[in-house]
Ligand binder design. Structure first.
Ligand code: FO1
Length: 310
C-alpha cells in the first residue's frame, strides 16, 4: 500500500498522475482539513473536494478547484440578499457542500462523509481518501491587519496582508481519523505531495500521533517540493514561509520533514540545493516537477513510485 499526505491543487494533480500509474496497488490519501470553512451554514472542505474532483475527472482544470462547466446561479441569487460572495461556490459544487452538511447534521463523521463522496464520484476502488482528523479544525493567519481564516486571507484578501504567523484552531483536541495511524504503519511507501508545507502539510503533522507514526514506520518516505526555482507555482507558500520566519527553499522544507524523510524530490531549477539537502541526511532527487498536464503528472508519479521501490 502507498500512502500520500497532501492538500491543495499541487497534491491533487500529482495524485491524479499517481492514480493512473499505480495499477491495482492500494493508495490511501490522508488529506488536510485545516482549510475547511463554514459559509452560509454549509461546511466546505476544499482540500478533500479538490482531491475528489481531480481523481474523478470532474475538476475545473483551469482553476484547479471547483467543478468543470459549473454555473453560479445560486451564488448570484444569494447576492440579492446582501450576502458576501467572495468564495466562488458553483452550483454543482454547492450540492457537495449541502450533502456534506446534511450528513453532518444526521451525525456522520467527516471520514464517513468522505467515504460516501468517494463512492458517489466513482473514484477507483483501490483509492481511499481519509481526512486527517474527524474533529473540526481551521487554519488562521496572523497578519498585520489582524487574524483571519486562511480562506479569507487567500481568496477575499488576495494574500495582501503581511503574514506574521499561522495557527490551527482546535488542533490540540484533534485525534487522527480512523485508519490514519494504521495506514501509515502498514504502508510500503509514503509520499508527501507537492503541497504547501505550512498550511497543507503543517496541520497534518500537528495532529496528535501522526508525526510519531511517520517517524516509527518502516515505509520509505519521499517528499516532492512544491517550489520551482525557489518559489511556488501558485499560492502563498513563499509569503507564509517568510511570515513564520523560514527561508523560502526546498532545503528548508526538507528540514521541516527531516525527522522522517528519506528522499526529497526537487525541481531541475533548484538542482543547486542538492548538496544542502544531502547534508541534512536526506537524499536529493532532481527531476522536472512541473505537472502542466496529465502526461507530466504521470511521469512525476512514475518516478516517485520507482524511488519508493529502489
Ligand atoms: N480559491 C480561490 O482562489 N477563489 C475561490 O473563490 C475559491 C472557491 C472555492 C470553492 C470551493 C473549493 O473547494 C475551493 C475553492 N477555492 C477557491 C480553492 C481553495 O480556496 C484553495 O485552493 C484551497 O483551500 C487550497 O488548498
Amino acid at each position: 500500500m502507498i500512502v500520500a499526505l497532501g492538500g491543495g491543487v499541487g497534491a491533487a494533480k500529482f495524485l491524479r498522475g499517481l492514480s493512473r500509474v499505480i495499477k491495482d496497488e492500494a493508495l490511501t490519501v490522508i488529506v488536510n482539513t485545516g482549510d475547511d470553512i463554514t459559509i452560509y451554514g454549509l461546511r466546505i472542505s476544499p482540500d478533500i473536494d479538490i482531491v475528489i474532483y481531480w481523481l474523478s475527472d470532474t475538476v475545473d482544470k483551469e482553476k484547479g478547484w471547483g467543478i468543470k462547466g459549473d454555473t453560479f446561479h445560486c451564488l448570484h441569487a444569494l447576492e440579492r440578499f446582501g450576502l458576501e460572495s467572495w468564495f466562488r461556490l458553483g452550483d454543482r459544487d454547492m450540492a457537495t457542500h449541502i450533502y456534506r452538511t446534511y450528513l453532518r447534521q444526521k451525525g456522520l463523521t467527516p471520514s464517513e462523509i468522505t467515504e460516501r463522496l468517494v463512492k458517489a464520484f466513482r473514484i477507483q476502488e483501490n483509492i481511499k481518501i481519509l481526512p486527517m482528523t474527524d474533529e473540526d479544525v481551521e487554519t488562521w493567519i496572523v497578519t498585520e491587519e489582524g487574524d483571519m481564516h486562511f480562506q479569507e486571507y487567500l481568496v477575499k484578501r488576495s494574500m495582501k496582508p503581511r503574514v506574521k504567523g499561522v495557527f490551527v484552531k482546535g488542533i490540540e483536541r484533534a485525534k487522527p481519523a480512523p485508519e490514519v495511524i494504521e495506514t501509515i504503519e502498514q504502508a510500503r511507501g509514503i509520499v508527501v505531495c507537492p503541497s504547501n508545507p505550512i498550511i497543507s502539510i503543517g496541520p497534518i503533522l500537528q495532529v496528535k500521533g501522526i508525526k510519531e507514526a511517520l517517524i516509527r514506520t518502516d515505509a520509505k518516505i519521499i517528499a516532492i517540493s512544491p517550489l520551482v526555482g525557489g518559489a511556488p507555482l501558485k499560492g502563498p507558500a513563499d509569503r507564509l514561509m517568510r511570515g513564520v520566519g523560514l527561508e523560502v527553499s526546498s532545503t528548508e522544507i526538507a528540514r521541516l520533514y527531516r525527522d522522517f524523510l528519506d528522499k526529497m524530490v526537487i525541481d531541475e531549477k533548484d538542482a543547486a540545493e542538492s548538496l544542502r539537502i544531502e547534508s541534512l541526511g536526506i537524499e536529493p532527487v532532481v527531476i522536472d516537477t512541473v505537472m502542466s498536464d496529465d502526461r507530466k503528472a504521470e511521469s512525476v508519479a512514475k518516478r516517485v513510485l520507482d524511488l519508493l521501490t529502489t
